[in-house]
Design a protein around this ligand. Sequence first.
Ligand SMILES: [Zn+2]
Length: 270
Amino acid sequence: VPELPEVETVARQLAPRIVGRAVERLVILDPLLRAGRTPRLAGRRVVGVSRSGKRVLIEFAPVPRGRGGLWLAVHLRMTGRLLWVTGAARPVLPHLRARFELRGGSLLFVDTRRFGTFDWHVDRRAARPAGLDPLAPELSARRLSELLAGSRQNVKAWLLRQDRLVGLGNIYASEILHAAGISPLRSACSLEAGEIARLHRSIRRILRDAIRSCGTTFSDFQDARGIEGSYQRFLAVYDRAGEGCPRCRGKIDRLVQQQRSTFYCPGCQG
Ligand SMILES: [Zn+2]
């Protein structure tokens, strides 16, 4: 499941390929993607691709002589992929749900399990997620401390909530807590100033390192070019139950929180 670094990778790799291109047609092949109203795209140009929380945000210029831009937030969910194909051929792949026919190529939305969504916005602000972006300058250690205060939830579950920080999933939440030396069982409001400072540093460092490696790849995530990220090599605890902790050599353990696996080292996350 793509988390923040994977979605950032997709946005960074798509941007130079599609920004500036005129849209000739959008073909939606899966009626599920038509749940909202799909606006007319012909005559618009792609003017930006960025990440908004865990979603890829594609910005379209106003139609000629028209007013107002248009934003499409693509949520990849479990298996969604955005693939760029150069040339005039209009490929039909298995599980193809939508095809943006652009000048010079096609942007394909392929999604085996069909959980991915399209949300159209005429206002950029409306496309913003509810939670704070963990890499945004606004997320200071102090702001993090304010967000954590008052929550009795365990800190692992807290990191997964999308209404506080957006974009973290199971892999990076485990890695961040290990890097910060904080037990996933601690309640969010029990963290002390020094621990919050370590948590803040770890969030930034782990996410930036993962982005540099183009994310982590498990069975079904590939970036916009179909290339696999390499952060998997750097994972310290995730999916490594029974192996040695890279920091203290203790044995990595797995526990289940909210029906999801948490990997941690009881030795250095006491
Ligand atoms: Zn350890």
